[in-house]
Design a protein around this ligand. Sequence first.
Ligand code: GDG
Length: 466
Amino acid sequence: MARLVIVSNRVASPKERAAKAGGLAVALREALGKRGGLWFGWSGETSADAPAKPKMMRSGPISYALQTLDTEDQRAHYAGYANGTLWPLCHYRLGLFAFRRSDWEGYRRVNATFARSLMPLLKPDDVVWVHDYHFIPLASELRALGFEGRIGYFHHIPWPTPEVFYSLPSHAALVQDLGQYDLVGLQTEHDVRALLTYISAEARGWIGPGGVVGLHNRRFRVAAYPIGIDAEAFVTDAKAAERSKDRKRLLASLAGRSLAVGVDRLDYSKGLPNKFNAFDNLLERYPEHRSRVTMMQIAPVSRGEVAEYQQLRRELEELAGHVNGRYAEFDWVPLRYLNKPFPRATLAAIYRTAKLGLVTPLRDGMNLVAKEYIAAQDPEDPGVLVLSRFAGAADELPGAVTVNPYDIEGMADVMNRALLMPIEERRERWRANMDNVVSNTIHDWCERFLEDLGAREDRAEESSGS
Ligand code: GDG
């Protein structure tokens, strides 16, 4: 089995325990452990005279290589092009999208730096798996340095439709970069259609069966690999949570009221103001829920140095204050808004207790919280997942009650319906969702992507041998 090399911006430290690391980090670590391999990424540090070579570490069969970046390049790459240009573009937020040539140049420079730092560590038959929009040009840079082995790319966020994608001045260069991979994985069939439409209409590539693409003398494949969660770990955590201290504290604090929960990074793609407004609207138009339902929104701060995120934080504080000021009683606070992260076991206890899971992003590649909420439910008395139609997860979870997050009254109506839903319907919906969550776990996702990435070479060998 070829050695696996994973590239991602942040690398889960070898010391981070499984309970703390996210499901993706655990699955990637597992894949590396099986094959033996290297995890390459940013060290999290910057300096005015960053060393050209990465810091090396080893833990069992896995090596880690962490590259420090030049301070200004890192800003242009991360806050500039990756999160100021690509993130809003891919989430259909042209109003928040900014393009500066200097950021684009910094983005490319950082990718070239990463390629130069990674190249000496690569063996010719390594399989390289690159994660996310921070690294789209990495394959081009590695090819320019002479790497001919297999390289796969997985895009964790949505791929925008051509009309939106055209707004990006560097659209042609970015798709040409994608062509240097052997396999490009997206979250949903919708994303695949969006990219393939662009490739055939704008880039004049050809599309063959199974998503095989011919573009500028390269042949690669584009396919959907919807990401999953570690379902077993969540079921175990949620069952254990039944008797946990956290669960007891939570139940005591609710004093018999129903709980509706949201867990999202504090990000404008997650539709948090819309969710708060919908809860406000529920209490306004369905007064029977006042003093009977508590909403809890966990929203750990993310990219807190970026102005748009600071603005969103202020807006949410204001909205939460408004809802609570308007409806709170001396023994009931309608909206609990928390900016800190919690351990996974605590999240499992909260999910399991909540009658409603509120996952209402304006756009989301997949949304793992939706799947975690399902995995954590009690099969005998499951809660209802209220899910935005604009999350990739909506294609995967047929039992969710879908909403349009731009329709505030519509969301309030759906919340009301979900709170009143009879047990038989809740069980039926949960079963349909859970079937998907257990049949496509993060481990299956990982194996499928790597199998397809490996299979490409076998096919090429077969055809060149025949
Ligand atoms: C990107 C795409 C795609 C959140 N708060 C806490 C906590 N979390 C965990 C959740 C979940 C993860 O973070 C968030 O994953 P999402 O999928 O919901 O969203 P993004 O961070 O935007 O991820 C997304 C994903 O990549 C994977 O491809 O699904 O569409 O945007 O696992 O549980 N975990 C803990 N404490 C918290 O307070 N422990």
